[in-house]
Design a protein around this ligand. Structure first.
Ligand code: FES
Length: 152
């Protein structure tokens, strides 16, 4: 029997009886009921599964829970404070950036991670950060407008 994995997600500690090589995405969605991170490609290429690990954006489909134990994990659900959405979330709502919405978790988490280290990124930096998050609906114009609004 493998030892339990201790994981801190959105400020709450969890003791999980799962093999340490279980993907973080699987644990978040199936064990903790956090459906903000999405399963897209499962290969680390689309960004739909993005979360913050230690404040930096990471693709949870490619991370083993055993490797992130000890690091604070934040999901889309954990960005709000006292029921008030994060400014990045508010910007995406204000700009009505979603079509199907499947990519928005990755977009929001990526912008939040960028703002954590660069509170006023220039356009090139913003575009570079978002380049790896795929949107199949083609709402890039609205997404970029929202991201720019979030950046102030
Ligand atoms: Fe993780 Fe696509 S589902 S990057």
């Amino acid at each position: 029997m493998p030892p339990a994995v201790v994981l801190t997600v959105n400020g709450t500690g969890h003791v999980l009886d799962v093999p340490p090589d279980t993907t973080l995405l699987h644990v978040l969605r199936n064990d903790l009921g956090l459906n903000g991170p999405k399963y897209g490609c499962g290969l680390g290429e689309c960004g739909a599964c993005s979360v913050l690990v230690g404040g930096r954006v990471a693709r949870s489909c490619g991370l083993a829970v055993g490797d992130v134990a000890g690091w604070p994990v934040t999901t889309l659900e954990g960005l709000a404070r006292d029921g008030v959405p994060d400014p990045v979330q508010r910007a995406f709502v204000a700009e009505q950036a979603a079509q199907c919405g499947y990519c928005l978790n990755g977009m929001v988490m990526t912008v939040r991670a960028l703002l954590n280290v660069d509170p006023a990124p220039d356009d090139a930096t913003l575009l570079a950060a978002l380049r790896g998050v795929l949107c199949r609906c083609g709402t890039h114009v609205e997404i970029l407008r929202a991201a720019r609004l979030a950046c102030g």
